[in-house]
Design a protein around this ligand. Structure first.
Ligand SMILES: [Zn+2]
Length: 244
């Protein structure tokens, strides 16, 4: 897998935190890291817009019994949402816009998209994700409304980056936050971010932006949180050792 090392580091920490907190969730999803990396690239290319991504379950990749035993919490509900027993499939970029319009896919555009990609019935995607550029990954009222029609889960990817453009970092929202990496090592010596009064850098986007933080959450339309594990293409969570 050709995923950037800084992203793999962050993912390992995120997965460990997901595992430690599994009893706090009713269910979990497995999102391939490769998809996350693609989505990040699209997110930066679409700035300052948010983007909306649709996914179907990967029917050829059921979640193994071993993973189920490991990742289920004590409150697990086996039939909470559609596609629950499969890895999340390929991401499809569906829309871009501000925090309200991103959820409203224009009808003529939907016709095109669905006729080419979704068959004549215009079937909807099972899972959805949208981005929060320079904003925490906590659902807004508009996000909660949009999720009422989701058969699978809704995900939000919060990205803190610079240069900020028109979007200074915003975190005035109540909710449970799930950063990909909680502590970033301080670089020593000349060029240290502290001495230049800059935020630590997690990684670099293909567009050249500095990424200072990533947050990822998933939730069910009833409002309960869904645990997320970031996996390789075989469904193994990265960074959880063989003994877990
Ligand atoms: Zn939102």
């Amino acid at each position: 897998m050709m995923v950037e090392p800084w992203l793999l580091d962050s993912v390992a920490e995120y997965n460990q935190s997901s595992l430690n907190n599994r009893d706090g969730y009713s269910a979990f999803v497995l999102l391939p890291i490769r998809h996350l990396e693609n989505i990040l690239k699209w997110a930066f290319e679409a700035l300052p817009d948010e983007i909306l991504i649709g996914f179907d379950p990967e029917q050829s990749k059921p979640i193994s019994q071993e993973m189920n035993d490991l990742l289920c919490g004590s409150e697990h509900q086996p039939e909470l949402f559609a596609g629950q027993v499969f890895l999340i499939g390929e991401p499809h970029l569906v829309n871009r816009g501000d925090s309200f319009s991103v959820h409203h896919v224009p009808e003529e555009w939907v016709d095109d998209l669905f006729s080419n990609d979704r068959g004549s019935r215009g079937a909807r995607f099972t899972h959805w994700m949208h981005t929060h550029p320079n904003c925490v990954a906590i659902p807004s009222a508009a996000d909660a409304d949009a999720a009422q029609y989701t058969q699978g889960v809704d995900m939000i990817l919060g990205i803190e980056f610079s240069p900020e453009g028109p979007l200074p970092w915003f975190e005035d929202a109540e909710g449970f936050r799930r950063p990909l990496k909680t502590e970033i090592e301080e670089k020593k010596g000349w060029g240290s971010w502290r001495s230049r009064n800059r935020k630590p850098v997690l990684g670099r986007a293909p567009t050249g932006h500095f990424i200072h933080g990533l947050e990822l959450i998933a939730f069910h339309r009833t409002g309960v949180g869904i645990n997320v594990f970031l996996v390789d293409d075989d469904g193994n969570p990265h960074g959880l050792g063989p003994d877990y």
